[in-house]
Write a protein that binds this ligand. Structure first.
Ligand SMILES: C[S@@+](CC[C@H](N)C(=O)[O-])C[C@H]1O[C@@H](n2cnc3c(N)ncnc32)[C@H](O)[C@@H]1O
Length: 342
């Protein structure tokens, strides 16, 4: 074993890294909208407590800690946002407020409290904590699902343009964004490739949001959104299917069903494009944390290229080409030689 470290933390930072007070303080601040309220001009504890409906004494302790960790500043006029704190505003493009909002889908992160159960048993921490799976919650609670799609939008939005120009999507003619959420990626693909047509395939709240966003983008002529489960037969005759952040949510048997259904939807000559973290980002802090979260919260797996390739081989497809763009890879899958994907 090498004694070099790629850790983002030094040993001296372990108490800070393991302390739950800081992550919870940030999430609570996001939930009660501290950054938005400060931006509106409420800058002292009393005014902030009143407008957020919180206890002034407890809120002051929270604000003091946010100052100490660099989210807020204490100025002569009261509390102010640092650059870091600006990231917690609802209108910040990073979408962090939605990610951390404990009254929205951000509360799913609290399932990590049962990580010990996952590590001891291999079972879902999320299910242990909440008594149901993440996607059962999405199906039962449209508001929760909506806040999850806003969160996903915050992630894909910053990368969608590079993805759109990182592959010849136009050559596919028609594309299905399977598990495409609120349509953010599909809209960017269609903007970059003016002859491409596309369909978002997803469930409930995502389809509603995608239809609204397609309409707002003025793309109704070339895009639509339909409700269908990727575990069932999908609409077919697409030139390509894209799977962005979909396969890692699921264990191998489920991921294989999704791949087979996509293969059928593009048969016989279409392509399936899987968007995944690049191989070189696999040891980075963000990717390793995400792999742990996916496993603990959803029972899913962030697969290496090699692991993906062996799953793909069982689906009647082969790995044709890999294009790296930043921290993402676009992995092109095509029908395996001599095999029909139908
Ligand atoms: C992690 S999100 C990825 C969203 C989007 N592709 C992106 O990259 O931001 C997974 C998506 O799969 C959708 N999904 C979950 N179960 C599904 C099912 N059975 N059939 C179709 N879509 C499903 C979710 O609604 C969600 O939009």
């Amino acid at each position: 074993m090498s004694n070099t470290t790629t850790s983002a933390y030094l040993v001296g930072d372990l108490p800070a890294a393991a302390d739950l007070a800081t992550p919870m303080a940030i999430r609570v601040a996001a939930t009660i909208g501290v950054a938005d309220r400060i931006s509106e001009g409420r800058r002292d504890v009393g005014a902030l407590a009143q407008v957020t409906g919180t206890d002034p004494g407890a809120l002051e302790l929270l604000l003091n800690h946010l100052v100490a960790i660099g989210v807020l500043l204490r100025t002569e006029c009261g509390y102010a946002l640092t650059e870091l704190g600006q990231g917690l505003r609802s209108d910040h493009p990073g979408g962090l407020r939605a990610r951390f909002n404990l009254d929205g889908s951000g509360h799913s992160a609290l399932g990590m409290i049962e990580l010990l159960h996952t590590v001891r048993t291999g079972e879902s921490a999320y299910k242990r904590h909440f008594g149901h799976s993440f996607y059962e919650k999405c199906a039962a609670d449209p508001e929760f699902a909506h806040s999850f799609h806003m969160l996903m939008r915050g992630t894909i939005e910053s990368e969608a343009r590079d993805i759109a120009f990182g592959y010849d999507w136009g050559a596919l003619t028609t594309i299905a964004d399977v598990g495409g959420g609120d349509g953010t990626l599909l809209i960017e693909l269609l903007r970059a490739h003016p002859t491409l047509r596309g369909t978002v395939i997803d469930m409930g709240a995502a389809v509603e949001a995608a239809l609204e966003n397609i309409h707002a983008a003025g793309l109704e002529e070339r895009a639509d959104a339909v409700e269908a489960s990727f575990f069932e037969e999908l609409p077919s005759h697409f030139g390509g299917c894209v799977l962005s952040s979909v396969l890692p949510d699921w264990p191998d048997a489920d991921a294989l069903r999704i791949l087979r259904n996509c293969a059928r939807a593009v048969a016989p000559r279409g392509k399936v494009l899987v968007l995944k973290p690049s191989e070189k980002s696999r040891t980075e802090h963000w990717t390793t944390a995400q792999a742990l979260r996916l496993y603990a919260l959803q029972g899913g797996r962030e697969r290496s290229l090699e692991e993906l390739e062996s799953l793909v081989a069982e689906s009647g497809m082969r790995l044709a080409e890999v294009t790296d763009i930043g921290r993402r890879s676009i992995v092109e899958l095509a029908a395996a030689a001599g095999q029909s994907t139908e």
